[in-house]
Design a protein around this ligand. Structure first.
Ligand SMILES: [Mg+2]
Ligand SMILES: [Zn+2]
Length: 176
């Protein structure tokens, strides 16, 4: 079955010190493109699952979000990296939808559509809600950041997270 890595966007792929409401405000982290390329080369499908409640709240439009994602894909392409599909929850934070993380709706839908083996897949995020969504979906979890969050692995960057995933695979670690 197909394995995958689900990535949160802000704070994982791109800098999130400031809100990203325009394409030019999306700045990839150093080596984020390289990290995604390594996953592509290793046969993982890579998906982005992002909460964008700012759309529901009116800070940016669906069109702005599409343009931001087009810019991200263009920058990734320049690094020979590719994401299979981008899912964004654009509902208001308190709307009670099933897609906004910590709910697992976006991950589960993508897994179903692309026949993903979630047990051998990963969710990478920089908030506890990303880890909760990954756990609910039955995936392995990787937390990026300094807070003490209970995940399968904690590290500083997407690049380091990918190194861990690939090393694990190389050593034949089986996930029970
Ligand atoms: Mg984030
Ligand atoms: Zn939603």
């Amino acid at each position: 079955m197909q394995k995958a890595v689900f990535l949160d966007r802000d704070g994982v792929i791109n800098d999130n010190k400031r809100p990203v409401n325009r394409p030019e405000e999306l700045i990839l982290y150093p080596k984020a493109g390289e990290a995604i390329r390594l996953l592509n080369d290793a046969g993982y499908k890579v998906f982005v699952v992002t909460n964008q409640g700012g759309v529901g709240l009116g800070y940016l439009s669906e069109k702005d979000l599409d343009e931001i994602h087009a810019k991200m894909e263009e920058d990734l392409k320049a690094a020979n990296a590719h994401v299979q599909e981008i899912r964004a929850c654009t509902h208001k934070p308190k709307e009670g939808c099933v897609c906004r993380k910590p709910d697992a709706g976006m991950i589960l839908e993508l897994a179903d559509k692309h026949s993903i083996d979630l047990q051998h897949s990963y969710m990478v995020g920089d908030r506890i809600t990303d880890i909760q969504a990954g756990e609910k979906a039955g995936a392995q979890t990787i937390f990026i950041g300094n807070e003490s969050v209970d995940a399968d692995f904690n590290t500083d960057s997407l690049y380091e997270a990918v190194q861990w995933i690939l090393e694990r695979e190389e050593h034949g670690c089986t996930i029970e």
